[in-house]
Design a protein around this ligand. Structure first.
Ligand code: FAD
Ligand code: SF4
Length: 347
């Protein structure tokens, strides 16, 4: 039976592995981290946007299927070394605790994304002021216990979210929109309201892109039910005053400057290609698109097809995606592999 290598065990890779195994293919699931689940596991997402599903439960269900499946071999703390083309596929050096050689007929790249590091944009004061944190750090705080100010452990009475940090910004080199952060921040605001019924929660945005069905489910709900305030404006600088972050910027609707102190500031950092994407792309001869993500060569035919026959892509490796989209693309990539290998559906 054909063997397929899936690289990356986030939502996309897990789903791809599960689908291939269900069709009777042997799967080698290669993950560099010591755990499965990608960003969901790394940042311990609590409630998932847009439906507020429990992150830990979704993660448990996703991972259980592959770890329990006899056809899936899971290799954590592993990386791909040398790659060579062969007649029927690829000879791949797999570097884990020991190095092995694997022959596989097809490969799915599901290496996901990494967060923009806000230290690269000094105006936010991240790393300088302890009460300026990222959205991922907020998820970790929400999972671990009451949300608190990092500086003194106090429960915050006011929380600001700043959108588009590291996205839609020529100066930091990321001109694209990261797609999920408006909705994720809005979801986090709604969750935060349950923990902090009296707190002032303010979202500073350029545009609110809670597109499609999320408009009323998230954006309207945040304002109408959770009392969250949205301010259209760019934050020009964060400094500190009396030990609290001080936001300076311009409200672009009323066309006036503001200076506003908060107890806690959350940066909605965008998504960038995972570290190592360029090197992996080069090993497999896969092209990247202009922002550095893996290029979908025929997006109108299939989201999974790359320029290299036998090598497919799924999830945030080809651009910012939701968990839902990543899972769906895991399936799409599995289907593309089946077609590539000529596996016939059994009646
Ligand atoms: C703060 C934040 C909150 C979010 N909350 C939500 C939410 O509520 N709902 C939602 O739908 N989406 C949310 N997202 C988006 C969500 O995280 C992504 O849609 C999802 O993780 C993408 O899945 P993936 O499998 O493509 O990538 P990832 O989750 O990034 O997984 C990729 C995996 O590949 C591994 N990998 C990378 N390179 C290699 C390599 N060279 N070799 C081996 N392994 C490798 C990584 O270690 C990782 O485990 C959020 C994003 C952020 C930033
Ligand atoms: S999804 Fe929203 S916060 Fe994220 S980059 Fe796009 S507009 Fe900005």
């Amino acid at each position: 039976m054909a063997k397929v290598m899936v690289i990356g065990a986030g939502p996309a890779g897990l789903r791809a592995a599960e689908s291939l195994a269900r069709f009777g293919l042997d799967v080698l699931l290669v993950e560099q981290a010591p755990y499965l689940g990608g960003a969901l596991a790394r940042h311990r997402y609590g409630g998932l946007m847009p439906y507020f599903d429990s992150g830990p439960q979704v993660l448990k269900a996703m991972t259980a299927v592959v770890t329990d499946h006899a056809r899936v071999t899971v290799c954590t703390e592993s990386q791909v070394g040398r790659v060579e083309s062969t007649d029927g596929g690829f000879q791949v050096e797999l570097m884990g605790q020991t190095a092995t050689e694997e022959h596989v007929q097809a490969v799915i790249l599901a290496t996901g994304f990494t967060h923009f590091d806000p230290r690269r944009d000094a105006k936010y004061g991240y790393g300088l002021f302890p009460d300026v944190i990222t959205g991922a750090e907020l998820e970790e705080q929400m999972a671990a216990g009451p949300v608190h100010r990092v500086s003194n452990g106090a429960i915050p009475e006011s929380v600001a979210f700043i959108y588009c940090v590291g996205s839609r910004d020529r100066q930091v080199g990321n001109t694209y929109c990261s797609r999920v952060c408006c909705a994720v921040s809005t979801k986090q605001g709604i969750e935060l309201r349950q923990q902090l019924p009296q707190a002032r929660i303010v979202m500073f945005y350029m545009d609110v892109r809670t597109y499609g069905l999320w408009e009323d489910q998230l954006y309207w709900r945040a304002q109408e039910e959770a009392g969250i305030v949205y301010v259209k404006g760019r934050v020009a600088e964060i400094t500190q005053h009396d030990g609290r972050p001080l936001l300076k910027g311009e409200d672009t609707l009323i066309r006036g400057p503001f200076e506003w102190e908060f107890d806690l500031v959350v940066l909605a950092t965008g998504m960038e290609p995972a570290a190592g994407t360029a090197a992996l792309a080069a090993k497999f001869g896969v092209e990247r698109e202009p922002h550095g993500f893996l290029r979908q060569a025929k997006p109108m035919v299939s989201a999974a097809i790359t320029n290299r026959p036998g090598v497919f892509v799924a999830g945030a490796a080809s651009g910012p995606k939701t968990v839902e989209d990543s899972v769906m693309e895991g399936d799409v990539a599995a289907m593309a592999v089946l077609e590539h290998l000529g596996v016939k559906a059994t009646p």
